[in-house]
Write a protein that binds this ligand. Structure first.
Ligand code: FMN
Length: 186
């Protein structure tokens, strides 16, 4: 069994449906994994750099769990990258702490998957938004483990009971798909 670290980058899980359900399911399925709830631990965006680096070093597989905010990771997770993945730790001639680990992205979008295509509402494919994460893995010597995506979990439909039910079901399925990906790596 490999050590798994799940990093939740949602800015505010109190205002989340999809990511909350995905994370709850993962906690049930992976009791031995470490869960890093950035919004709970660091509401002021001031990270304990040493602690965060230690969590990364201990892990064999790192899962980034987040909602897409403006075609990228949320600001909290972006600042976590900036503060934790520093020269001499993750990259640079002496920065080898993450080499050989696997990085997986697990994310949700408001727009449905079909919107992410050339000529579609979002104009680009999902893969075209991912190079910053793929290259973050590469420059840190990590293997890119791919991604799990669920679309159509928009805030717009939150007050509709049937829509909420659908988001819950999709989020459950998302956690199952991520578990399949992880199990293949164990
Ligand atoms: C500030 C902000 C920016 C967003 N940007 C995008 C976006 O670029 N593309 C998209 O498909 N959805 C976007 N969304 C929708 C979120 O991705 C969606 O609400 C989220 O994945 C739902 O997860 P949650 O229930 O855990 O919050 C955005 C939402 C917010 C609040």
């Amino acid at each position: 069994m490999k050590n798994v670290l799940i990093v939740s980058g949602h800015n505010d899980l109190n205002n989340s449906l999809a990511n909350t359900i995905i994370l709850e399911n993962l906690q049930n399925s992976l009791p031995a994994a470490e869960f890093d709830f950035l919004d709970k631990l660091y509401p002021d965006y001031e990270f304990d750099v040493k602690k965060e680096q230690e969590k990364l070093v201990k892990a064999d597989i790192i899962v980034l769990q987040f909602p897409i905010f403006w075609y990228s990771v949320p600001s909290l997770m972006k600042k976590w990258f900036e503060d934790i993945f520093i020269h001499g730790f993750s990259h640079g001639s002496t920065g080898k702490a993450l080499a050989g680990k696997t990085l997986i992205a697990s994310f949700t979008t408001g727009s449905p998957a079909e919107a992410y295509k050339h000529g579609g509402m979002q104009n680009y494919t999902l893969d075209e938004f991912l190079p910053p994460l793929i290259q973050l893995a590469a420059i840190s010597g990590m293997n890119w483990g791919g991604y799990v995506h669920t679309g159509g979990v928009s805030y717009a439909s939150r007050n509709d009971e049937a829509a909420q039910k659908e988001i819950k079901e999709k989020s459950f399925q998302h956690a199952q798909r991520l578990m399949e990906k992880l199990t293949a790596l164990f």
